[in-house]
Design a protein around this ligand. Structure first.
Ligand code: ADP
Length: 183
């Protein structure tokens, strides 16, 4: 069962020695606040240079919402950083749920294409971008489980929560998914 390869943890994602950590980036890929800032600080200036090298696909856009890009991890314990862009929450009728699912799916497609086995995600879009945590957690666990079912080489996906609210939402969402799978 693919949900068995998902774990919910808490802590600072920049400290994890996994194959790749995912960055909740913005479309410019030039760094920002929240987890993006923490990842750039921990990885060092080479990370910004690598991000800048991605071509713009539209003015100012190096990675459209829902898509992902991969770079080395530089000074991070993680070998790679997968930069994905989650949606800004505008109330939920602007395609936000589908865009968030796409961010998780694109990140794992890229991880699988690079032969990576362990990937850690922050709670994409739930900080500055304002996506409600309970819905974001449900979308994260269901989308990751579907991707894991398609990619046998991915062994472990860690959903890293930075505070207790996130931890309780992600833990409940994963428990609910396991209950559904057991039925
Ligand atoms: P977004 O713009 O996608 O909302 P944020 O960085 O503002 O991105 O927040 C995404 C999530 O990452 C939030 O739940 C925030 O609490 C969490 N976060 C912030 N710093 C870290 C960190 N060092 N490790 C793991 N998660 C973090």
């Amino acid at each position: 069962m693919s949900a068995d390869r998902i774990v919910v943890t808490s802590g600072d994602i920049t400290r994890l020695a996994v194959d790749a950590i995912v960055n909740a980036a913005n479309e410019r890929l030039l760094g920002g606040g929240g987890v993006d800032g923490a990842i750039h600080r921990a990885a060092g200036p080479e990370l910004l240079a690598a991000c800048r090298a991605f071509p713009e696909v539209a003015p100012g856009v190096r990675c459209p919402t829902g898509d992902a890009r991969i770079t080395p991890g530089y000074r991070l314990p993680a070998r790679f950083v997968i930069h994905t862009v989650g949606p800004v929450w505008y109330g939920g009728a602007q395609g936000e749920p589908a865009a968030l699912a796409s961010a998780y799916r694109s990140s794992l497609n890229l991880a699988a294409a690079h032969g990576l086995r362990s990937v850690a995600f922050p709670a994409i879009s739930t900080g500055i971008y304002g996506f409600p945590l309970p819905m974001a957690a449900r979308i994260a666990v269901t989308t990751v489980a579907k991707s894991l079912a398609q990619h046998a080489t991915l062994e472990r996906v860690e959903l890293v929560c930075f505070d207790n609210d996130a931890l309780s939402c992600f833990a409940s969402a994963l428990a609910a998914l396991r209950d559904e799978d057991a039925d």
